[in-house]
Design a binder for this molecule. Structure first.
Ligand SMILES: Cc1ncc(COP(=O)(O)O)c(C=O)c1O
Length: 496
């Protein structure tokens, strides 16, 4: 007799998902339970009334399962069904539209921000609007020359960890330059700022006796990972909210070691933190400040040292983390701080110790980039309105529509703006995140706005009312005075 349940499903589906089907529905199937009960105890089992399809059918119609099926049942209790488990995880992502399909974008080093998109097999010219190569430094002739020279002089790879043949004069020179950029005694390179944040917070939290961590709720995954792994007590304060930080710090004795961790320019909203207030309050309670300047270095401050330099707060930032992979156009991360703290992290952080160091090409490229930017920063100018930073988020609030707008813009208009969905942002906060550079011309911007408007309407999105408070188009959700849930809402600041 054909199973009335399974016969409704395709054979491929049954083949791929049989372990899950068995697990979910097996207990309701009279055939499976009969066989299983007989196998385990020799007794009769199986309640026909449990099967939604056979409830009306006479039990005499039910035959004993074939030998093959019995073998399958026995195997379920055996090893873990890895393949179907992983399939299920991926299915979950696809169902909630957070499954990621990477676009293939070959950037053009002679025509930044142009690129060739090859995701669908053809070569389509596009404009990239979402790169973190904020100033196009990856393509700067001076940076490319430095990389080429380092390649010829030292080869492609570093050859080892910093401790085992992977240290060079170039690495040490870059560390000195980064330390001096941030007015600190020392700096330490990591293979990325993800690793820098994760390893530093983990190492310090573990090393400081009884340490408590105070973490901004909007913090980047790299900081969250380090804090979570350290398993020290943590206190989450509302995004960019000094008052909430104050309240939380009051709950822990002043003598206890503490770290307060936050970002200056928020990676997804573009909000800039109230740096002076956060540092002052942290120090009033005897905490160290750990400040992520990843989206600010190379862009803000007279020499590109970030918001800390712009706001004259460098002496109050105990540990600064930065990246070489965004405005500096290369790859790698670093921290800058007092020499003893840096030496402690250098000596204890597994993420620094046990990995191949940055290759000379990258170190040389980053050095050239920092030097060029330090000299030229002011010439660049930056179209930062109205978010106060260079990051312009356009909230869509629906993962499927967000992906659709991004895909249609790429396919039909040649603009690449990545859809940012969960888990990079919270569910309901899905957005397009633009990072225009000085190389995006006015004509490009006008074209982009017209094309976005067309696609916006084509996918069924509506224009929202402007903000009640500042009457500007909503970029970051409601921000009426007093009710805005982003304490340092850039839209509010723009309106003031
Ligand atoms: C706020 C923030 N911190 C740290 C990182 C990690 O930097 P990196 O790309 O150098 O690993 C990112 C990356 O996007 C970030 O947005």
């Amino acid at each position: 007799m054909t199973c009335p349940f399974l016969s409704q499903l395709s054979s491929t589906y049954v083949r791929n998902y049989w372990p899950i089907l068995m697990k979910s529905y097996g207990a309701n199937c009279p055939v499976v339970t009969t066989v299983a009960a007989k196998f385990h105890s020799g007794s009769e089992g199986g309640d026909v009334t449990k099967c939604p399809f056979l409830a009306e059918t006479k039990p005499s119609l039910i035959k004993e399962a074939s030998r093959e099926l019995r073998d399958d049942v026995i195997r379920i209790g055996g090893t873990f069904p890895y393949e179907s488990f992983f399939r299920e995880q991926i299915m979950r992502k696809k169902k909630d539209h957070s499954y990621r399909v990477f676009k293939k974008v070959n950037r053009n080093a002679t025509k930044f921000p142009s690129a060739i998109e090859t995701s669908r097999g053809d070569n389509t010219p596009i404009t990239v609007w979402c790169a973190n190569d904020y100033l196009g430094m990856s393509c700067h002739p001076g940076v490319k020359e430095a990389v080429k020279a380092a390649l010829e002089a030292h080869g492609a790879g570093a050859g080892g960890t910093r401790n085992i043949s992977g240290n060079s004069a170039l690495h040490e020179a870059l560390e000195s330059e980064l330390a001096s950029l941030h007015h600190k005694e020392a700096a330490l390179l990591f293979t990325s700022c993800y690793v820098a944040n994760d390893s530093t917070l983990y190492t310090l939290a573990k090393a400081l006796p009884g340490c408590h961590i105070f973490s901004d709720e909007g913090n980047h995954a790299s900081m969250i990972q380090g804090i979570r792994n350290s398993q020290v007590p943590k206190h989450i304060f509302r995004h960019n909210d000094p008052h909430h930080l104050y309240e939380q710090l009051q709950t822990v004795d002043r003598s206890v070691p503490k770290i307060v961790a936050f970002e200056t320019v928020h990676s997804m909203t573009g909000a800039i933190c109230p740096l002076e207030d956060l540092c002052r309050i942290s120090h009033d309670f005897g905490a160290l400040t750990f400040v992520d300047e990843v989206h600010a270095v190379g862009l803000y401050g007279e020499h590109g040292a970030g918001i800390g330099e712009r706001d004259n707060q460098l002496p109050h930032m105990d540990i600064i983390s930065g990246t070489l992979g965004k405005a500096f156009g290369n790859i790698g991360g670093y921290i800058a701080a007092d020499a003893t703290l840096i030496d402690t992290v250098r000596s204890y952080a597994a993420g620094f110790i046990f990995t191949t160091s940055l290759p000379p090409t990258v170190v040389a490229g980053a050095r050239a980039s920092i030097a060029i930017l330090k000299k030229k920063l002011i010439e660049f100018g930056f179209p930062v309105e109205p978010t106060k930073s260079h990051i312009i988020p356009i909230r869509i609030g629906d993962p499927q529509l967000c992906t659709k707008v991004s895909d249609v813009l790429l396919k039909t208009k040649g603009h690449y703006i990545q859809a940012i969905n969960y888990p990079t942002v919270r569910r309901g906060e899905e957005k397009l995140r633009l990072a225009p550079t000085p190389h995006h011309t006015k004509i490009m911007m006008d074209e982009f706005v017209a094309d976005l408007l067309e696609v916006w309407h084509a996918v069924g999105l509506k224009h929202s009312e402007p903000c009640h408070y500042c009457r500007r188009p909503l970029l970051q959700g409601p921000c009426q005075s007093g009710t805005c849930d982003i304490p340092n809402c850039p839209q509010l600041i723009v309106a003031n």
